[in-house]
Design a protein around this ligand. Structure first.
Ligand code: ADP
Ligand code: MG
Length: 500
């Protein structure tokens, strides 16, 4: 590590229609440094990274690369400058081999280079990086972890100067994380700057030379290795000026009867977990992304292999497949609604009515107007805007799409609604409306399992909060027993704590 600022950010500002996501961020990344980036949801991390990689242009401020001002006007421009990022769902050209991805990527050209030469060269690069992977494998056969490693090899080969890793270990096993950490060491020796976004304090302590904490769109502090303690980080992260810690759920819905009982639920990433949810209750599960909380939702929704038992109102239910789960009265509203929950090219009416088509058929004999009328009612109830049931779903904003997904399941009527990251990518204006809708789901004898990495959201909506870290439940208590700071400390450190 040298003291040359490889990249210097000066007073970066970014304003989205009405929201100031960054309010004057000044920060430097040194060559050969691993620089941690921390901050609660909404602090501005993604916005900062997107500016660095040319996805957004800043409203004000300057970026210096090796001392000279640069305009990172687009992602290709960022690539040309050597600024890159690896996201959790790294993308490769799936019809290419590993070797072709590393050497050709999505840039055409280099015609006439033999297959043999490409794969020999890629094999050497992989070996050099300590990645044990066959260069001839098709990218489409790689696991998420392997894709991430190949993406890193690609950036390394192209001599990137700064690489952002966004929660890179979220989908990696312990062994895979070790491979990643070794690669990061290699990068450091080459003078590459690494920006490391993580919510796992232990990782930041182990691999980062410095860590910067963002709060409300500003830098609240930069800590050197050794200064990154749970107390310091918590103190710098919590935004005392934010008011939306308001409590939407006053707990008046929860009744004493148990609705769902889960016994020893386990997946590849989740140690056996038992819990109950009462009628009318919202159980909030939080923790670092990829730490196992998602698997609770995916197992109960039937989309991931699991062991363990579940019963609804005392009766054992089958949740081995998504269809079985649906029949049992469990509705999973996943995070990636575009890919998993909606048909973007169908109208809102068609999307909302899909789960109830047989019912509508029976009662309404599918008069063309019936579907329209039915979905118009649902849209009205959920304040979907614009209220036009004939419009294709892809034309709606993230927040309104989310309402359509919820509307789809509401109309089908479930006993347990599992909702994952309901406000990710949702416009600020729609958040409160979505919270209202979620609470309405926990009525009429149903309940909600909320899985969210946002601590504020969890505290605002849940009656009870459970923290899952590295596949284990490290804490569980009624919402009233938690302070925001305690919840943040447990989530960051993964140390169990019984809230007083
Ligand atoms: P983080 O990654 O730290 O969670 P973000 O950079 O995603 O934070 O968000 C910072 C703030 O900017 C939030 O208030 C968020 O709602 C807002 N924001 C982010 N992207 C957009 C966008 N495309 N349009 C409007 N507001 C946005
Ligand atoms: Mg983000």
């Amino acid at each position: 590590m040298t003291d040359t600022a490889l990249v210097e950010l000066k007073n970066l500002e970014k304003e989205f229609a009405g929201t100031k996501a960054l309010k004057g961020v000044s920060l430097s990344f040194l060559a050969g440094e691993v620089h941690g980036l921390l901050g609660e949801n909404g602090a501005g991390k993604s916005t900062l990274i997107k500016i660095l990689t040319g996805v957004y242009s800043p409203s004000a401020g300057e970026i210096l690369l090796e001392g000279a001002p640069v305009r990172v006007s687009s992602p290709p421009e960022a690539r040309r400058l050597g600024l890159g990022a690896v996201y959790q769902d790294a993308e490769l050209v799936s019809s290419f081999t590993v070797g072709q991805n590393i050497l050709l990527g999505n840039e055409p050209g280099r015609f006439g280079v033999s297959d043999r030469a490409i794969h020999d060269e890629a094999t050497a690069i992989l070996a050099d990086m300590g990645i044990d992977l066959d260069a001839r494998r098709m990218a489409s056969t790689l696991s998420a972890a392997e894709m991430q490693l190949v993406t890193l090899a690609t950036l390394f080969h192209r001599r990137y100067k700064l690489i952002v890793l966004d929660e890179p270990t979220a989908r990696l096993s312990a062994a895979e994380s070790e491979v990643l950490f070794r690669i990061i060491e290699r990068f450091k020796k080459q003078g590459i700057a690494i920006v490391y976004i993580s919510h796992r304090l232990k990782e930041v302590q182990e691999i980062c030379d410095r860590a910067t904490i963002l709060r409300g769109g500003m830098v609240s502090g930069t800590l050197n290795r050794g200064e990154v303690t749970e107390d310091r980080v918590t103190e710098l992260m919590v935004d005392r000026n934010r008011s939306e810690l308001s409590i939407y759920n006053d707990g008046s819905r929860a009744r004493p009867e148990v609705l769902l009982e889960v016994t020893e639920l386990a997946t590849a990433n989740l140690s056996p977990l038992s819990f109950t949810i009462r009628v009318g209750e919202v159980l909030g599960i939080t923790g670092p992304v990829g730490g196992g909380m998602e698997d609770v939702a995916r197992a109960l929704g039937g989309v991931v292999r699991h062991a363990g038992k579940a019963s609804l109102r005392g009766k054992a239910i089958d949740v081995r497949t998504p269809i079985a789960a649906r029949r049992s009265g469990v509705a999973l509203i996943p995070e990636d609604r575009r890919k998993q929950a909606l048909f973007p090219a169908l109208s809102v009416a068609e999307n909302i009515c899909l789960p109830v088509l047989n019912r509508l058929e029976r009662f309404l004999t599918i008069r063309p107007g019936a579907i329209r009328k039915y979905s118009d009612d649902v849209m009205g109830q959920l304040a979907v805007r614009p209220r036009n049931a004939a419009l294709q779903v892809r034309f709606f904003s993230g927040g309104n799409q989310q309402k359509v997904v919820i509307g789809k399941w509401m109309s089908a009527g479930a006993s347990l609604y599992i909702i994952v990251e309901p406000t990710n990518g949702v416009d600020v204006g729609a958040i409160k409306e979505i919270y209202d809708i979620i609470l309405r789901l926990a009525q009429d004898g149903a309940a909600v399992l909320l899985v969210s990495s946002s601590l504020r959201e969890t505290l605002a909506l849940a009656d009870r909060v459970m923290v899952i870290h590295d596949g284990k439940c490290v804490a569980e208590a009624p919402k009233t027993h938690w302070t925001y700071d305690e919840l943040l400390a447990v989530t960051l450190s993964g140390k169990s704590k019984t809230a007083a």
